[in-house]
Design a protein around this ligand. Sequence first.
Ligand code: NAD
Length: 244
Amino acid sequence: MVGIANASSIAYGCARAFRTQGADLALTYLNEKALPFVEPLRDELDAELFLPCDLRIDGMIDAVFDEISRRWGRLDFLLHSVAFAPREDLQGRLTDCSRDGFLMAMDISCHTFIRMARLAEPLMADGGTLFTMTYHGAERVVDHYNVMGPVKAALESTVRYLAAELGPRGIRVHAISPGPIRTRAASGIDRFDALMEQAAARAPARQLVGIEDVGAVTAFLASDAARRMTGGTIYVDAGYNIMA
Ligand code: NAD
């Protein structure tokens, strides 16, 4: 599972849900700076594997999969819960987004999922499930989501193509689309408070979503009960996406 920064991370909510279902976990942390925040969560989750992984650095994700292959020889599910765009590109208009900023956002937030899927494929000989996190700003223009809109749109399309390619091998692929949740990544989005207020006021359920809600749905999708579902964007947003 890639994407736990701290106890507010969506990936942590997912890890807890998987652990509750009895899964053995392999967690990654970004770097030494992140370690003090992630290590206590590793202990709490009793994760068997705990490895550094900065997706910008060539070879690090390969090392993670090598270790999984050596220790377990197989993998049932994979969670990619990672997004990044340089602040100046994220907080400006898409019209003004730099080429380098766009490529970096696309590489870290989208192409890394493709790389991880390729590495997971041989470990999922008995089938498995791949997850990534997206947002409604992929489908509709959400104020201040800017460059991440087209990046998440590419990610959702990537999910459909991977699902089609890997489906015959019993590998299912899902994009989970949570409503706004206060996390570190979310703090990079301008006027995020207003987005949360609007979600709470307008969602049919009139509620915000928590990381435990996202975890519960993700764990369900990894289970046998969801074996005929693949390729979709699954909203966990208290129904907000249906509103005009
Ligand atoms: P978060 O800050 O807790 O998690 C983001 C993670 O991305 C961090 O763990 C960070 O270390 C990791 N990351 C960034 N660059 C990386 C790199 N180069 N290598 C490895 N890891 C890297 O925030 P979050 O909100 O839990 O974000 C997780 C995912 O959920 C993201 O894809 C985000 O777009 C998506 N999402 C978030 C919300 C929200 O409102 N918080 C809503 C919908 C979707």
